[in-house]
Design a protein around this ligand. Structure first.
Ligand code: ADP
Ligand code: MG
Length: 305
């Protein structure tokens, strides 16, 4: 997934058995590779990339995990009025954030129009165990696959009898049970700057997932303008607003991850309106000329009590 992961597993207090870390780590890495082989746009023969290369209109049978991620994505596309759209692949590549490495530059209008024409989740049809592209779209699961991977590993650990653990992949987190200190897990929302990092706010959470989208990690700059890797599917351009970061707390990391990207596209105003309409737990950090201003959805403030 092109990023780091961290997992903390708490052993049994009674000391009935010791956790054998090395085989567990190896088993986890095997699982992560499995997910990559299904969902990565960076592996040319991944299940996803093979799907992207099958002829238009042809149905393709897909694995259960890929179908599940496609269904979650379609649900959030609809709920976000298309702000979340996994068919942005051609645009992501055009702007140089995908597997086709490109120099940091602003594409010309023709190239942009061509990539936009190959975008739109309405061109992706889902059936029970198969899917098809009805136009030459390119599906990109990068905004949801890390979260899905977190859920996958969490289920993997729970199936092996672990009751207390934290799984984090590239900043998307899920916690189960309690921390090693027998207290609720604490998850920090970062300061929205890689230069002055650290925690801005710490959340005490149990059995929840937390995901953050921000403009401060993955971007390039030309003439003082910052181009984010989050694309507005309507304009085909990187988002341009004053939302520095948006954090979503949800039951699953896949949904938290996808929602964070969706709300990031919508921006502070529309994003917070939708968060409240959908009863999502959301925390936003907005840039102003005097610094950062924080805001939270109703459901988020209830979570803090
Ligand atoms: P962030 O943590 O900033 O949300 P993610 O890794 O979750 O970052 O998602 C960003 C990636 O998702 C991009 O690199 C791109 O591949 C893809 N993406 C960009 N814009 C959208 C969008 N509007 N809907 C779905 N996926 C997107
Ligand atoms: Mg995301």
């Amino acid at each position: 997934m092109g990023t780091d992961y961290h997992i903390t597993v708490v052993g049994p207090v009674s000391g009935e058995f010791d956790i054998n870390v090395e085989p567990l780590q190896q088993a986890v890495e095997e699982q992560l590779q499995l997910i990559n082989q299904m969902m990565s746009t960076y592996i040319s023969d991944s299940e996803l990339m093979r799907f992207n290369s099958v002829a238009v209109n042809e149905w393709v049978e897909l694995s259960e995990p890929v179908m599940e991620v496609l269904n979650i994505s379609e649900d959030i596309s609809q709920r976000s009025n298309g702000a979340f759209d996994i068919t942005v692949g051609p645009l992501v590549n055009l702007w140089g954030f995908g597997p086709e490495m490109k120099p940091d530059q602003v594409p010309d209008a023709d190239a942009l129009a061509a990539a936009l024409a190959r975008t739109g989740h309405k061109h992706l049809q889902l059936d029970v165990n198969r899917a098809r592209r009805t136009a030459d779209i390119g599906v990109d699961l990068s905004a949801v696959a890390k979260g899905y991977g977190v859920d996958w590993i969490a289920n993997f650990l729970a199936d092996r009898g672990f009751d207390n653990f934290m799984v984090e992949i590239g900043g998307e987190v899920r916690v189960v049970g309690q921390s090693p200190r027998s207290t609720p897990w604490r998850i920090a929302i970062e300061q929205p700057s890689v230069l002055a990092g650290g925690a801005r706010l710490a959340l005490s959470v149990d059995n929840h997932a937390v995901a953050t989208s921000g403009d401060y990690r993955n971007y390039f700059e030309v003439d003082g303008v910052r181009y984010s890797h989050t694309i507005d599917p309507v304009t085909g351009r990187p988002i341009k607003h004053n939302l520095a970061s948006v954090t979503v707390v949800a039951e699953t990391a896949a949904r938290a991850d996808a929602w964070a990207t969706a709300l990031n596209v919508l921006g502070p105003k529309k994003g917070m309106e939708l968060a409240n309409a959908e009863q999502l737990a959301v925390y936003m950090i907005v840039k102003t000329k005097d610094g950062f201003v924080d805001s939270q959805s109703v459901t988020f403030s209830q979570l803090l009590h």
